[in-house]
Write a protein that binds this ligand. Structure first.
Ligand code: NAP
Length: 338
């Protein structure tokens, strides 16, 4: 079966997903697109064989030729489209965030549970990165003993020139580590603290860069996340789990290490697209394969909700300067099946 996909939002990542669905992956065809900018939507559709443009996301979701929906529009619009896809009974891949408020995430959980079918996958692609999977295997198979700590670093060369705020360091950047550690340790984050080290002179007045986020897992595992958004030298994602009898770290990602003139060197990825290109491919192929067989896979609406409440706790910790307990509703049984 070829899964006929409709894409809502054809900005940067929407177009990148269309490229991979069309040229890299198998089993799908992009048959419809929409965007708040109709000219951009038309330009994207012109580059695809037989794709139509819809005036709105709602219209695209109702299109009988659309089997599954990919939401890559601005975060605040996600709730509306995910709810409409659930109502239409169509599988939906939603880029992170699932929604921008806890209440909106809850409405999605309630709608999906009421529909009786798992339809939502959230785009937390780091779970599909081979290096993170290697670290998780070492944790799961006991190779490093009981995990005690994890050190993470999330370093971007620079932030976009427009309006990137300190809060966005949590909601747009740390959100990936928040999901990642829930997946890595198979448990929830129960409390968060945010520390403000000496401020980099490279950020704007609205940006307190860097930050340290401390996440406490239910078992007591403590995770520290360094967020450095103006590191300059490249996009550098680091992670090391410390266990009772060993450590497991993300491998360096340079394609080759060059040794010459008494020195060694290797490249640092330029940005997140380069660093995680393969993870995005595996993630979306997984989704297409699941849709084709009527199944479900990947990070669920529950994972989107859980990340949102931890992110909210981090924002509160940032505002107040104090340790903030994460308050979460009870996980419906519906989401216990992996
Ligand atoms: P972007 O370049 O601004 O693209 C968003 C697109 O959606 C734009 O074309 C935007 O139009 C359009 N749009 C906004 N509201 C819409 C609506 N109501 N209906 C249809 N289209 C609408 O942003 P992006 O970087 O691609 O990010 C899109 C989403 O992907 C965000 O939620 C972001 O967090 C997520 N993302 C995830 C990752 C990841 O690593 N998983 C990486 C990047 C982005 P205008 O430009 O005219 O507003």
């Amino acid at each position: 079966m070829t899964v006929r996909v409709g894409v809502i939002g054809v900005g940067m990542i929407g177009q990148d997903h269309i490229r991979r669905l069309t040229h890299v992956l198998s089993g799908s065809q992009v048959v419809a697109v929409t965007d708040v900018d109709p000219t951009r939507a038309q330009e994207v559709a012109d580059g695809l064989q037989g794709a139509r443009v819809h005036a709105t996301g709602q219209e695209l979701i109702r299109d009988d030729d659309v089997d599954a929906v990919l939401v890559a529009s601005w975060g605040a619009t996600h709730e509306e489209y995910v709810l409409a896809a659930i109502e239409a009974g169509k599988p939906v891949f939603c880029e992170k965030p699932l929604a921008t408020t806890e209440e909106a995430c809850q409405r999605i959980l309630d709608a999906e549970v009421a529909s009786g079918r798992r339809l939502v996958m959230v785009g937390f692609m780091r779970r599909y990165d081979a290096s993170y999977q290697g670290v998780k295997s070492a944790v799961d198979d006991g190779a490093i003993g009981t995990p005690l700590l994890m050190h993470c670093a999330h370093r971007n060369p620079s932030v976009p020139p427009y309006g990137f705020t300190t809060e966005m360091m949590i909601t747009d950047s740390a959100i990936h580590e928040i999901d990642l550690v829930r997946w890595m340790f198979g448990e929830e984050v129960v409390a968060a603290t945010v520390l403000k080290p000496r401020r980099s002179s490279k950020g704007s007045d609205d940006l307190h860069d860097p930050l340290i986020v401390l996440l406490e897992m239910g078992s007591g595992v403590l995770v520290d996340v360094e967020l450095s958004l103006n590191i300059g030298y490249g996009y550098d994602i680091r992670g090391e789990v410390v266990g009772e009898s060993g450590t497991a770290s993300l491998a360096e990602t340079a394609a080759a290490m060059v040794k010459s003139d008494g020195r060694f060197s290797g490249g640092v990825p330029a940005d997140w697209r380069e660093r995680f290109i393969r993870a995005y491919d595996v993630e979306l192929q997984d989704w297409i394969d699941a849709v084709a067989t009527g199944g479900f896979t990947g990070p669920s609406a529950w994972d989107g909700y859980a990340a949102a409440v931890v992110s909210d706790a981090c924002l509160e910790a940032l505002r107040t300067g104090t340790r903030t307990v994460v308050s979460q509703r009870e996980r419906p049984d519906f989401y216990t099946k992996s």
